[in-house]
Ligand binder design. Structure first.
Ligand SMILES: Nc1ncnc2c1ncn2[C@@H]1O[C@H](COP(=O)(O)OP(=O)(O)O)[C@@H](O)[C@H]1O
Ligand SMILES: [Mg+2]
Length: 427
């Protein structure tokens, strides 16, 4: 390709179907552009149809838009001759830095392990970049994945490259193009008549980018022949259901419900409102994580840990004792079913470190009964088990918790004697 002598072509950038012919270049020996880095590669974009006045004007517009924008996430113009767009002998071109990495289209299609956090954070940065363009009154009109580069294949460093359809609202001398605006990525009805330049179309295309980042699919159109919106198609719904939790899914659906309305007045009207909703997808998730974590941290406080461990052991001991007593009382039934056990008043107290329960015996013939309360408590570093009935208490065990098994058979003997004496009184 014949190019400006300030530049030396290394190779062409393949697969370009757009307005320009792209080559990777380096500065030639005679290149004396101020601050040029001769060790870097650049991209030379040469207009394909040099004789086409509309195309010439458009490249002029592309470069003036790019030149009026100074932003780390927007490609800069290093060299150009587009100011001579009216001079048909002049072969129009412009040069930008070469961005190492894939474009977003290739990057997303090949990516496997992007998290929702990464996608949203990267997308929010892209929103900020477009918000900056809009503040400068520049509307991009062609936001799609292959017009965004992933610098160093870092999803967090997206760079807008192709402003070929962009439009500066301040510049009324160049009539907006009447050429078909739209693409395989997302067809917007309002861009078809050519005259409309509306920031809200950029916002809708941005939502298309979010959709693509989440699903790896193009939204294509706002509604298909079955009146389905992009997020209502079966394959997308299945994918969403698999990928996201319910509380996130609601929010994602709600965003696309609004984003892909046919009527532009019902879509997102400002980048700020879209940004709020997008950030909110993560907010809630964070809250859930934080509060669960907080609860876990609190539950792990020493005082809770210690008492719940002791109460858990007391519960096991309590069950063993209850079963022993009830089994013992049941053994009389073989002789007569006059006696029955009654159980009331189970209570556990984490603060006092105690469990108490009452197991009584009833003579069902003449309604006499005894009630024995037993208390398992922790004092200092010892466990104490006490039986109480008729306001008289008797200690049946006092030992370290760890030594319980060693002492329990002796304790059961004492409990048994205690009950025998009490039962004797009600017969
Ligand atoms: N500065 C650049 N650095 C690296 N790759 C680029 C650069 N500019 C363009 N490309 C690659 O070339 C493709 C087409 O470039 P683009 O500027 O979008 O032109 P058009 O869409 O008009 O053909 C991009 O999708 C990207 O993959
Ligand atoms: Mg492009």
């Amino acid at each position: 390709m014949k190019i400006d002598p300030k530049w030396k072509e290394l190779n062409s950038l393949s697969d370009n179907t757009g307005q320009g012919k792209l080559s990777i270049v380096v500065p030639s020996e005679i290149n004396n552009i101020k601050d040029i880095d001769k060790s870097q590669k650049y991209v030379y974009k040469k207009l394909k149809q040099q004789g086409n006045l509309v195309r010439r004007a458009r490249m002029y517009r592309e470069v003036s838009c790019l030149k009026s924008l100074k932003h780390p996430n927007i490609i800069s113009v290093i060299d150009t001759n587009v100011e001579k767009y009216e001079d048909l002998d002049c072969k129009l071109f412009f040069v930008t830095p070469y961005i190492e990495g894939k474009n977003l289209d290739e990057f997303i299609k090949l990516s496997e392990d992007l998290s929702l956090d990464q996608i949203i954070n990267s997308f929010v940065k892209l929103l900020d970049t477009i918000a900056y363009c809009h503040e400068e009154n520049i509307i991009h009109r062609d936001i799609k994945p292959d017009n965004i580069m992933c610098f160093n294949n870092d999803i967090n460093n997206l760079i807008l490259i192709d402003f070929g359809l962009s439009f500066n609202q301040d510049e009324q001398n160049i009539t907006p193009t009447s050429e078909h605006l739209g693409n395989r990525f997302l067809y917007l009805p309002e861009l078809q008549n050519g005259n409309k330049t509306d920031k809200r179309s950029d916002i809708t295309q941005l939502c298309g980018i979010l959709f693509f980042m989440l699903t790896k699919k193009y939204p294509v159109n706002l509604q298909n022949e079955k009146d389905e919106m992009p997020h209502q198609r079966k394959d997308t719904k299945d994918y969403f259901a698999k990928m996201f939790k319910n509380n996130q899914l609601d929010k994602i659906y709600k965003i696309f419900d609004q984003a892909f309305q046919i009527n532009i007045n019902e879509r997102y009207q400002t980048i700020d409102s879209l940004k709020l909703d997008v950030e909110n997808i993560l907010n809630n998730q964070d809250n859930v994580n934080t509060s669960l974590e907080q609860i876990e941290i609190k539950l792990n406080q020493n005082r809770y840990l210690k008492s719940s461990k002791i109460i858990a052991e007391f519960k096991t001991i309590h069950e063993e004792i209850s079963q022993y007593i009830m089994f013992f009382i049941d053994s009389f039934k073989e002789k007569s079913s006059v006696l029955a056990w009654i159980q009331t008043g189970y209570n556990q107290d984490f603060q006092l470190l105690q469990i108490q329960n009452t197991i009584g015996v009833k003579n069902q013939f003449d309604n006499k009964e005894i009630r024995v309360k037993y208390l398992i408590k922790y004092i200092g570093n010892e466990m104490i088990i006490q039986l109480t009935s008729d306001e008289q208490s008797r200690e049946v065990l006092r030992c370290k918790l760890d030594d319980y098994n060693q002492h329990k058979s002796q304790m059961f003997e004492i409990i048994k004697e205690y009950y025998i004496e009490k039962i004797n009184n009600i017969l």
